[in-house]
Structure formats: C-alpha cells, structure tokens
Design a protein around this ligand. Structure first.
Ligand code: SF4
Length: 421
C-alpha cells in the first residue's frame, strides 16, 4: 500500500488560454461559470463527477497533510463544489489536523463572498495568479484580468489574513516577459524592480516568481517561430533573476526553491513535497502522481481521461505503466532545494554507486562548479548557490550530467504538477 501524505487535484478549466500556457487546460469562454445554466457549468459538473470517481477508486493511506487544488482556474468552481471535493478526499483518505489546503485563484474569477465560501469549505491557503501589476503586460500575456482585479483580490486576501480566516497566501509573478504592444523593447530592469516592489508592498507572505518559458504550440511559441516575439536577451533575463533574489532577500523572503520565496513560516508544505522525493497522490486530467517513487501521468484530454477512470475502476492497478523519475530531474530537484541533496544516496539509488572512475569524474566537476561559486557543499549535502547557481541551474546540471557520461543522459520526464501560473 502507498503512503503519500499529499494530494494534488487538477481543475483544468479556464476562461481562455493565456498566450504562454501549455498546461492541460480546457478553455470555456469569458462568461463561463459553475452557476446552474451558465456557459460551461455542465462541462464542469461532468468533469467533477469523473474526478470524484477517480478519488473513490484510489487506494487508501494515511491522512493527508497537504492538499493542492490547482489548474487551470479552480476559482471557476463554486464553494459547494470545492467543499464536495474536499469532503470526498476526507472520506477516502482523511485530512490530518492542520492539513494545508491550497486553492489557486485567478483575479477576476471570484469575489469576496466566494472567497469566504472557499475558506468555510476548508481552504486555508491561497495561490493567486497575479503575474503582473502592469495592464499592458497582462494584456500582452493574454491574461483576462487587469491590475484593478488583482488589487481587489489582494485586498480580500489581506482582510481574510487579518481576520485569521486564511493561514497564508502566495502571489505568482512572471519575469522575463516580451515587449508589449507598441514598445520597441521588453520591459527593462527598472520596470522589473517596480514589479517586485509592488509585490513586496502587497504583504504577500509567499511569492512564486517564474521565468517565462516558450512552449511549442502556444501563441508565444508560434510568434517566436515567425520572429514576432521580442524577448529579453540572456543578460537582461539573468539580471532580472539576480534582482529578484536580491530584492526579495532584502525584504525578508527566504528563497527555498528556485522560483519560490517565503517569509518565515510561510513556505508551502505542499510544494516542498514535490522537491523532497516524497510520494503524492494526484487526481484529474493531465495530473501526475508519484507513488512508490514512480510517476504516473493521466491523459490530457477529457475523453481519454474518462476512459482512463473507467479502466481504473475496473482494474485499479493496471491503468498504465508508471515511469521512474529520471536521474537528471532527481539531481536538479535536489540541487535546487535549500537543504540540498545527498549525492551519494542519489547515485546509489540510480545504481551508480560502484563506478570509481565515474564518481571521480563527477567529483572533479562538482569541485569545478564549487570553485566557480555555483555549488555549495554544506555538511555532506550539495546545493546550488543563490543567486549565481540557481540562475545557472540548467547549465550546472548539464555539466554534471556530462561528467556522468551516457548514464547521465536519460531523457527528462514531465515535471511534477506544481503551482500553475
Ligand atoms: S496560465 Fe493559468 S489561467 Fe492561463 S490558461 Fe494556463 S492555467 Fe489557465
């Protein structure tokens, strides 16, 4: 029997698809809502039924200590729908006392009454998809909300914190964004500093700052292919990363993972599960679970997911072949954590503990990166330095994998389903 203490639930619905997004998302239109008779309501209800069936068919285990409802736009669900999902989890797995229950909310997709309803349903942590305080940037990213919506949502979250109805909340920001309409260049470093200052001024106890990545098949991916997307050059992107770390550090935020910063006591317990090597349940279209150290990705379309759930109900252990997390991802995940990674154990798990020449080559490369100030060795744990190593994490990883030779070149699997911008 598996014993994860965490569960991720994927709610795939959004009003529209943002220009950079390649998540497993079902756009329902700007007027969509879960209210009876509203556009999209029947689609949402049918999906939630499937999700409940998947939860019911999952194996039991110890009570959950973290639950994360991500998407998509989970704030398209009603308060009752969120309460029902949490009730289903409680019945199937149990929720431990003090369980961290996070709900992703998008500005302009909920109001204060709905927020109160979510909190009454058991949500105690919110992740707010703000992305930017600048209307032209939001429009350029294809976001539906604007600064006014974001500030309103923040005021409700702050009020809920003051009244101790909400335990913590996080704000997402995107850095390294392209030039907006009518501009001749991407926003510069000074503009990014203004964004960071505004984020700090909100008092958000947790900030997730993601660097924009280009994904094939997205609006941005197609524009880039046609040469119509003006992105920051590598120097500006690196300067932004460094500025983020410096500004947030000076404001009291600890960087506990490459993109995540928290005031003391506000690191996301759920996020840390993904990076700790522990198992987690996942439910829903496109979601990836990790059970017994093995990844299992669900199908990304509603039809295929419905068939998958049916198969799960018929034969709970035969839905598909799980895949083991590749060495490169385990290495990267470990090095990015503030507590670092025990390389000896990791290599032994990968069956690489015996090759003396291999370990010598890796040892030389580790020392090289350490001399360059990119890696730190604390006790017997290695981690990337902040900000230099974290800013160049992919390059450091490539150099270590090169040192491992062919055994280090396993393909990378899809990453853990984490907070979604
Ligand atoms: S970025 Fe978020 S809000 Fe935008 S389409 Fe993707 S999941 Fe939906």
């Amino acid at each position: 029997m598996f014993a994860p203490r965490s569960a991720y639930l994927h709610i795939p619905f959004c009003h529209r698809r943002c220009f950079y997004c390649d998540f497993a998302v079902v756009p329902l239109g700007d007027r969509a809502s879960a209210a009876a008779g509203a556009p999209g309501s029947a689609t949402i209800a049918a999906y939630l039924e499937l999700l409940q069936r998947e939860i019911a068919a999952s194996g039991g285990g110890p009570p959950l200590s973290t639950v994360y409802l991500g998407g998509g736009t989970p704030s398209l669900l009603s308060e009752d729908q969120v309460a029902n999902l949490l009730g289903q989890l409680h019945r199937r797995h149990g929720l431990a006392p003090g369980c961290e229950v996070t709900l992703e909310l998008d500005p302009a997709s909920f109001d204060e009454t709905r927020l109160r309803g979510y909190l009454s349903a058991g949500v105690n942590r919110v992740s707010l998809g703000g992305q930017s305080f600048d209307d032209s940037v939001l429009a350029g990213l294809g976001r539906r909300h604007r600064r006014h919506d974001l500030m309103q949502a923040i005021s409700w979250l702050r009020a809920a914190m003051e009244q101790r109805e909400l335990r913590s909340w996080s704000l997402d920001l995107i850095q390294a964004v392209p030039a907006v309409a009518g501009a001749s260049a991407p926003p510069d470093l000074a503009a990014w500093q203004v964004q960071l200052q505004q984020a700090i001024a909100t008092g958000a106890p947790h900030l997730s700052v993601y660097e924009l990545t280009l994904e094939p098949g997205t609006v941005f991916g197609r524009r880039a292919q046609r040469g119509q997307l003006q992105l920051p050059d590598d120097d500006l992107a690196a300067d932004q990363l460094e500025l983020t770390s410096a500004c947030l550090g000076a404001a009291g935020y600890g960087r506990y993972e490459v993109s995540n910063y928290a005031l003391p006591g506000h690191a996301s317990r759920h996020n840390r599960v993904y990076w700790s090597g522990a198992d987690w349940w996942a439910f829903g279209l496109g979601a990836t679970s990790c059970l017994g150290g093995q990844r299992l990705a669900r199908p990304r379309t509603r039809e295929a997911y419905a068939a998958w759930v049916q198969q799960l109900e018929a034969r709970p252990h035969a839905t598909s072949t799980p895949s083991r997390l590749p060495l490169d991802e385990r290495l990267l995940v470990g090095l990015r954590r503030r507590e670092g990674v025990l390389l000896g154990s990791l290599l032994a798990q990968a069956g690489l503990g015996q090759g003396a020449s291999l370990l010598d080559a890796l040892g030389r490369q580790l020392q090289h990166e350490r001399d360059a100030g990119l890696l730190l060795l604390e006790g017997n744990r290695w981690r990337l330095s902040d900000p230099a190593g974290l800013g160049l994490s992919n390059a450091v990883l490539r150099s270590l994998l090169r040192a491992l030779g062919p055994v280090g070149s396993e393909p990378t699997a899809a990453g853990p389903q984490g907070p979604v911008p």
